[in-house]
Design a protein around this ligand. Sequence first.
Ligand SMILES: Cc1cc2nc3c(=O)[nH]c(=O)nc-3n(C[C@H](O)[C@H](O)[C@H](O)COP(=O)(O)OP(=O)(O)OC[C@H]3O[C@@H](n4cnc5c(N)ncnc54)[C@H](O)[C@@H]3O)c2cc1C
Length: 483
Amino acid sequence: MSPTELATGTVVPTPRTPADTAVAIVPAADVDDLRGRVHGPVYAAGDEGLAAEVATFNLAVRHTPAVAVGATCAADVAAAVTWAVAHGLPVAVQATGHGPVRNAAGSVLVSTRRMQGVTVDPVRRTARVEAGVRWDKVLAAAAEHGLTGLCGSSSGVGVVGYTLGGGMGSLGRRYGFAADSVVSVDIVTADGALRTVCADSEPELFWGVRGGKGNFGIVTSLEIGLFPVRSVVGGGVFFAAEDAAAVLHAFREWAPTMPEEVGTSIAVLRLPPMEELPEPLRGQTVVHLRYVYSGGDPAEGERLVAPMEAAGRIVLGSIGPLLPTEMDAVHMDPHDPMPVWEKGMLLAELTEETVEAFLAAAGPQVHVPLVMAEIRMLGGALAREPRVPNAVAGRGAAWSVFVLGAMVPELAEVLPVVGRGVLAALQPWAAPGGLVNFLGDVAGPDEVAAAYPPAVRERLLALKAAVDPAGVFSSGHALTPRS
Ligand SMILES: Cc1cc2nc3c(=O)[nH]c(=O)nc-3n(C[C@H](O)[C@H](O)[C@H](O)COP(=O)(O)OP(=O)(O)OC[C@H]3O[C@@H](n4cnc5c(N)ncnc54)[C@H](O)[C@@H]3O)c2cc1C
């Protein structure tokens, strides 16, 4: 699907961020010096190849760094960080571009997409994953051993960025956040040192980097836990818009009765009239139920979801046996880059009144320019501290709400207002904080800090001050080091 056609069905220019023209000029001799220190390519502002190197998946954000380094190994990352600090430049990192928060203008942007190593240890049930790897590669490698990883709704997302932000997927209620099963982390910190941190080595940094996202350095590789799931019962079904109220009320009663082997969510989707979409969905508003049962008994998986399948008129979709490598079929996230505005919040409860408020604000009967308004069920292992505690935010909440629209120029003003309005309508049922990976549009470091419970926030800010006192890592979901 073409990105800019999502909202309107018409092609319009991709928006540019206001800071697009702000680039720091670094002397050519200094850039050449950096080229001599790394194995990968180095692009300065104005160089052909820079735009492709730093291209994002969310086209509403376009990075204009002073310099981009295409790192090939941990030594390249360390050299780039050291060079950036010596030149007084902030450092940003990008793997797939699925989660840019804002333009990393004027930074040294380290692009990790060439770092593609994946090694599975089937005995220890772990995988060592380098910084540029997407989930699809890990799932394929793990599946050869009857194992899988804690991927989210799209296997095109990067393992490292996803995991450092918590990482909540369809197996989360059973096995926890992806960050919960991280065994060790290789990270280049602001002093240019490459450190291996784990429960026994630098435990405070190990606590903070699992949930604190890119605040403490550039992770060059992660050792993550894998799980013995050979197949699931899963998929997605699309209900007709006129049944939205019946389906959503059925969902709020049904979902909490599910065991932890079930991951589920529901979304109101307003789909554009695109040729690429199957005919029953083209230009339609539908209610999308997503379901994964990983309990190993296919008949039980089918039985558990049967009441929801009967909750309304299904226009398309099915639920049945799936391999873990096929789980993108559950959410059917887009594969092509597009400009989006997005924002999330957490709910403590999903009552009859909550569903009514959700329908009144974002249901099929109202005209809002949102492509998606979704509710995901949390709980289970997502609510429990892992054996080695970490800084993952949002553990206490019961539900996650996420709204998303196509950030085309004609919607640039209205979309954030509408999206925030939907979330405001749900405030009476809000849980404190947020899932970092689902914060979406944030005003700045204070809003990021507010995602964490107070005690976690204070500890993270103290760690930031200790590990990155100058705020070298100031893009993405950055916190401000306490002075
Ligand atoms: C289609 C789609 C589906 C998604 N589904 C889910 C989901 O189901 N569950 C969920 O939890 N999240 C989900 N997300 C959010 C996603 O996990 C975050 O956007 C994540 O940051 C993406 O990481 P990335 O490396 O792919 O993106 P990038 O844009 O490359 O990186 C985003 C940020 O991750 C951090 N980061 C990346 N690499 C490193 C590194 N080597 N060292 C330190 N920090 C690093 C940095 O802060 C960086 O700014 C989804 C996003 C999209 C676009």
